[in-house]
Design a protein around this ligand. Structure first.
Ligand SMILES: Cc1ncc(C[n+]2csc(CCOP(=O)(O)OP(=O)(O)O)c2C)c(N)n1
Ligand code: SF4
Ligand SMILES: [Mg+2]
Length: 351
């Protein structure tokens, strides 16, 4: 894989966050993706979100599979932990890492091929188990890295660059995540940073399985007329249900809200989500209503974006397993291997 380090030179007056870090401290190597690829905008949004949340880079672990999307962790958070796994296998590697060390912030970066095709089973099980993570699919509706084959999220009737029609029914990962029990579900567009950055921030602050499907046009193989994942198509058919602001440590509210149109949600860690409703009837706390709304708007040819569902007091995999607060990787041998007497006691309790 090509690796171009960024020059170390930086402007002395770059803005700093509470930790004294600048944007540059959250960047990675120079991107080698095609100029204009939506994935690069998502990397920029992740960098901004981590900068604004004042996160220590060494507390973040970024994991991915294989694909142009899965290459992107090289281009952000260069000082964080990283693991580029096998195609479609990021979720199980992330689950294992999370079980071993619950203290890190986990970012799972994947593609539509990686998560909806070969990795569909892995996606499903990590979501249904409530792994505490921010799972981002950079969804361009094609296998970009292998030169533009349809993926499982390509819409029926959409056309490839060479004019071939896709006859298979699409998999909508957002509907699937809702059905599988994800406690935070959102969709956004790589070209809408104002919407995407707060969604990533809220997902990172959320405890539980947070899933964000980001439509991310592939300028090389899926940005033509007839594609339903092109910049033009998404701009024309985007239906945002709400706009989000994330308040941490009583930061001032930055957006202006019309009275009566704001929904406030307090998450587990005390962060507050202010949702400015654009679709008046939209309720992000009702899973069934969210699923119905998605299907209705999809039938009308719209791509619904925004925070679609949140369960602020969700439980995560560690809660379900009742694990100890200390991360397993910090336990001593005598705690992990308590010996024959403890095993005998356990066996006796099960007889
Ligand atoms: C086990 C395995 N099967 C197939 C491949 C070939 N392959 C590499 S990337 C890819 C698809 C990537 O598509 P997606 O996840 O949508 O990422 P994108 O490049 O579009 O961002 C495929 C099929 C592989 N690397 N490993
Ligand atoms: S092939 Fe498509 S997905 Fe891959 S870098 Fe180029 S524009 Fe992005
Ligand atoms: Mg893809």
């Amino acid at each position: 894989m090509t690796f171009i380090p960024k020059p170390k030179l930086r402007h002395p007056e770059l803005p700093k966050n509470k930790l004294g870090h600048t944007h540059r401290d959250y960047e990675g190597a120079v991107s080698t993706l095609c100029a204009g690829c939506g994935h690069d905008s998502i990397s920029a949004a992740i960098i901004q979100a981590c900068f604004e949340l004042d996160l220590e880079p060494h507390r973040i672990a970024k994991l991915s599979g294989i694909g142009c999307s899965s290459k992107t962790p090289t281009y952000f958070l260069g000082s964080s932990h990283g693991f580029n796994s096998v195609h479609g296998r990021m979720p199980s590697v992330l689950t294992g890492a999370n079980l071993a060390n619950r203290d890190l912030i986990y970012l799972g970066i994947s593609g539509d091929g990686d998560s909806a095709s070969i990795g569909l089973g892995q996606f499903a099980h990590s979501i249904r188990r409530g792994v505490n993570m921010t799972y981002i699919v950079e969804n361009n509706g094609v296998y970009g890295l292998t030169k533009g084959q349809f993926s499982a999220t390509s819409d029926r009737g959409s056309k490839s660059k060479k004019g071939v029609e896709n006859f298979d029914a699409p998999i909508d990962l957002v509907s699937l995540a809702l059905q599988l029990g994800a406690s935070f579900v959102a969709r956004s567009f790589s070209g809408d940073k104002t919407q995407l950055v707060p969604l990533i921030e809220a997902a990172i602050r959320h405890r539980g399985a947070a899933f964000i499907d980001v439509i991310s046009p592939c300028v090389a193989f899926n940005n033509h007329v007839g594609s339903t994942k092109s910049f033009d198509f998404v701009r024309e058919h985007n239906e945002a249900v709400n706009r989000l602001d994330v308040m941490i440590d009583h930061r001032p509210i930055t957006a202006e809200y019309a009275p009566g149109s704001v929904e406030t949600v307090v998450q587990h860690d005390g962060s507050t989500l202010h949702l400015r409703k654009l679709a008046a009837q939209y309720d992000p706390s009702d899973r069934i209503a969210a699923m119905t709304y998605l299907q209705e708007r999809q039938k009308a040819g719209e791509i619904v974006t925004g925070l679609l569902f949140v369960e602020p007091e969700a439980r995560d995999l560690h809660d379900y397993l009742n694990t100890v607060d200390t991360p397993f990787n910090r336990l001593a041998d005598e705690e992990l291997i308590p010996g024959a007497a403890a095993l005998e006691k356990l066996n006796a309790s099960l007889r």
